[in-house]
Design a binder for this molecule. Sequence first.
Ligand SMILES: Nc1nc2c(c(=O)[nH]1)N[C@H]1C(S)=C(S)[C@@H](COP(=O)(O)OP(=O)(O)OC[C@H]3O[C@@H](n4cnc5c(N)ncnc54)[C@H](O)[C@@H]3O)O[C@H]1N2
Ligand code: MOO
Length: 405
Amino acid sequence: MSSPSPLSPVSEHQQRITDLVGLLPPTTVPLAEAVGLVLAEPVVAQESLPSFDNSAMDGYAVRAADIAGASPESPVVLPVVADIPAGSPVGDLSPGTAHRIMTGAPLPRGADAVVEVEATDSGTDAVAITAARDAGSFIRCAGVDVTAGATALPAGVLIGPGQVGLLAALGMHDVVAHPRPRVLVCSTGSELAEDPVPGSGQIRDSNSAMLAAAVEDAGGVALRRLWVADDVPRFLETLDAELHAGVDLLLTSGGVSAGAYEVVKDALGPRGVEFTKVAMQPGMPQGSGRYADTPVVCLPGNPVSSLVSFEVFVRPALRASYGHPRPHRPVLRAELPVPVTSPPGKRQFRRGRLDRATGTVEPWGPAGSGFLGWLAGADCLIDIPADVTELAEGDQVDVWDLSGG
Ligand SMILES: Nc1nc2c(c(=O)[nH]1)N[C@H]1C(S)=C(S)[C@@H](COP(=O)(O)OP(=O)(O)OC[C@H]3O[C@@H](n4cnc5c(N)ncnc54)[C@H](O)[C@@H]3O)O[C@H]1N2
Ligand code: MOO
């Protein structure tokens, strides 16, 4: 009898999946669809921000020299010769006069300070100014924020609302970014019911809904949710019909272990996809490779194994595929309030609940891979190294924060 092949370390399989999916080539994306993506090229400002000198306050545009020495006891009174609402064209201010100006309105040529309305009597024909202001007061100078010709955003920046705001202000309608990976999600198993009420021995397909949600949550696009029975020719026919140039990854669940009807393994194993056992629990049986030139990742069918495997292997690969600066979940340290055991030689990912106030993490539910109810109540994964089999109350562990990204 041949000895079983050694289990692959988690880190090795992680790298394999990240390499398989790769970095998607950059494309032009409308700004309205760019949030959550990563700039593939720097953005050079074609304009300055602000593009003209303007007022930072509602008040009066003046020459600082004209109001030097103004105080509540001896106000300086100036005629108000113009009113400048925001949106007005740039005007000209003569010495010894004031223009009433609103926040954001263009500073008239000849003015070098704005006096806020609170330091005046709010006059409309003439204004009494009760405080001196230095030249430059309450003026937002052209280019003080962003200078035309400068790099407004470097490549590699994650586009969030602030970046969208800046790009919109600069008049950019689209950006060059790595696109969201498009993932075809496919569940397998003859036990999965097509009818809303499962028949005898049948269950609902929860994995495709769950994995599609995980894809979207990772920043990808879940293209379709397919379900295929344990029937190799039908499975291959379905893939041949669905796989096309627009699919960046095929993600299957189920049919990868050692049973008599392992449709994914039976169909794709002879066609170049490699099936391995990874030294982890849950999620030991895994598959990866290419079919019809499309990257394929085959996850185990047990729902907890499926989602934990997605977290460990697929989510970081998807995020890396569009250049995300932080492909991995944040890892924290927390204290166990109870002892925990772990199988020898396997890195265990126990579901947990993190209490940030006390810095503790409680294992949430049993270690088994079918406990979807417990999974849905967890907010983190407790990462127990492969060489650790026992942890005592009070021990510190690494925790993957599933609420963070
Ligand atoms: N003799 C052995 N048996 C098993 C081994 C092994 O090494 N030797 N490995 C076990 C481990 S670990 C796992 S994990 C599972 C993986 O099995 P498969 O990937 O082949 O998955 P299935 O057998 O198709 O299903 C397992 C389980 O999950 C349920 N399932 C499957 N798909 C869905 C879905 N879309 N939605 C909801 N639930 C689903 C399925 O009904 C089964 O209960 O194999 C162990 N066995
Ligand atoms: O390794 Mo399996 O994924 O736990 O049930």
